[in-house]
Each structure stands twice: as structure tokens, then as C-alpha cells.
Design a protein around this ligand. Sequence first.
Ligand code: PMP
Length: 360
Amino acid sequence: MVRAHNFNAGPAALPDQALAQAKDELMNFRHTEMSVMELSHRSQDYEQVHHAAKDLLRELLNVPDTHDILLLQGGASLQFPMIPMNFLTKGQPNYILTGSWSEKALKEAKLLAHPYTGGSTKDEQYRRIPHTSELNWSNTDDYIHITSNNTIYGTQWQDLALDAPAPLIADMSSDILSRPFPVENYQLIYAGAQKNLGPSGVTIVIAERSMYERTPEHTPTLLRYDTHADKDSLYHTPPTFAIYMLYQVLSWVKENGGAEGMAKRNDEKAAVLYDTIDNSGGFYTGHAAADSRSHMNVTFNLPSEELNQTFLAEAKDAGFIGLNGHRSVGGCRASIYNAVPLETCEALRSFMKDFQAKHG
Ligand code: PMP
């Protein structure tokens, strides 16, 4: 079957295998004579999928016993207020700004507390991730919030083994499970599923249990992490189909080498595009500084806005989907999450070379 060259930033490409499995099981899930969407979330058949998805996440991300895995709704955006609602102590969390999504997280925290910014590359158009030596962080911070991959600017923390002086929280929406990293260094990790893990509708949270003690009593029930932890993410109706798809995608990740396998695959794909940019004699210029480049979102520009637009129009005609940069920054962006095949990146390389030969 022909599948599009899909560079969408999220929702994004899913593995063919995961979609094919869903298709096979759509009308009759495991002899139930129902779709998984039609099962009660209290049924054994559904609960098996629910727990299998959580178990696979634990295995693939090597999540220690000290941490819970929660499957929530509301997207990564609902985590922006939920984190301060649950984890403030003195009221001064620290937000490291590396792009628009960290700014959005900070904005929500400002509604509830007095956060400060212990590091920012905003005045460099978010071209790079700050070095840890540049960060101003302290053991008196309520927590420290980072964004591991900056979907819009195309930068990524290269080293996630951070040794932070206070509880460390990361928005990993756009690079979770794209490479191995030490989960134990983080007290909370969150990610919307719709880039690397599945369809939209489910948000993954990995939380160190000791943090729940901080949650104030007046916090609404559904917005408390411990509510979901106590009930295995079945306190209320979970997004059952999204969790089923999450399970299918995780099964594919496992069969393809787990986090290490994904890292290898993503390194190779990113190299195809960054090499094309670097070998173009300046025709294509990357937005991100070389030492901060994302292996998930490759952002670049052509010599003029007019050429950007011609490139995007011709790419679209040639069947390349989703190459427009985010509406806030413009330019071009190729999102190459786990499921995007190497061949799709190679096809884009050929297109970029041909385009340069024609217009360069
Ligand atoms: N954080 C990051 C890094 C993102 O890329 C996005 C979505 N593009 C979000 C948060 C917001 O996610 P959601 O739409 O699931 O709320």
C-alpha cells in the first residue's frame, strides 16, 4: 500500500504495523465480537490492554519501581497547570526556557505561583539549549522544569542525565522513547502520545511516588496525580482506543530494538537531513546550533522567504506532507519521529537536492 511521506509535527506518522493490527482487530477484538472501542473499560479484555501498555512502557523506558506510570487526558497542555497545582512547596519553581512550549508551561505556573527563569536562550531565537554551567538552579527551587525537545525550534537536550539540585520535571512530548535516558533522574515526565507513541487523546505521565505528599488537600480530585495512581489510571473512563493504539505502537518499538533501536534509527534519519543541509553550500540553513540539533524536528530555511514558499509548494505537490514550519516561526520543518521511515527521509533528501539544482 502507498503511504504518504508524512512529516507532520503531531499528530504524526504511525507505524504501518500498528495500523494494520488495529484494522485486523477492528470488528472483532480478541474474539469479543466487538471493537476494542466498544468494550467496557471495566472489562477484563480492556484491562489486559491497559496493563499491557503500561507494562511495556515500564520495560521500554526502564522505569524504576519508585515511579508510577499514569495514562491521562487533557494533552501535555493540562500538565502545565497540574504540575504547580500538585508540587509547589514555597511557591518558587524554576522554568528553563528553550522554546514556545516551555514559555507556555511557565505562563500557567505564573497563574499559581512565583516561578523564575533559571536559564533561557530566548534572546538567541532559541537556537540552542543552554549548557548546564549557564543554568541558575538551586536546591531551594520547588522543582525545575525543562522541555527535552523543542518541537517548534528544532532543538533538543543532548544529555538527559542531568544532575539537578531539586526535583526535575521534563516535558518530553516530542522525544519520549526516541532514545534511552535515565528516568530515575526525573521526578515527573510527561508527554502527549501523538508524536512518538500513538494517536492523540492519551498523555503519559511518569511520576515519582514521593512527590504526591506535596499535593494540597484543596486540589480537585481529577487534577491530583495520586487519584490516578491509586486507581491505576482507571479512576474514570480512560481514552481506551488511544491506549490500545499506544500498546500497538509500543509493541512495534519493542520489536524494533526498544529505545536503543529507536535512537539508532533516529540518528540515521537525522543525519540524512542534516548532511543535506550542511552540504548545500548555504542554500539550506538549519535554525538550530549544531550542538543542539533535534533528531525529531529538523528546522531549516532557504535563502529567501519566496524560495521557502516555492519549496513548500513544490514539496507538497511532490507528496511531502507537513513540511511547513510552525505558524509562529515560519520556514520549513521536517518532523521525523520514531515511526517515520528512513526511506521517507531519503526521499526528502533527493527532493531537496533536485530543488537546489533547479533553484540554487
Ligand atoms: N509540549 C510540547 C513540547 C509539544 O510539542 C506540544 C504539542 N506540539 C505540547 C507540549 C502540547 O501538547 P498537547 O497538544 O498534547 O497539549
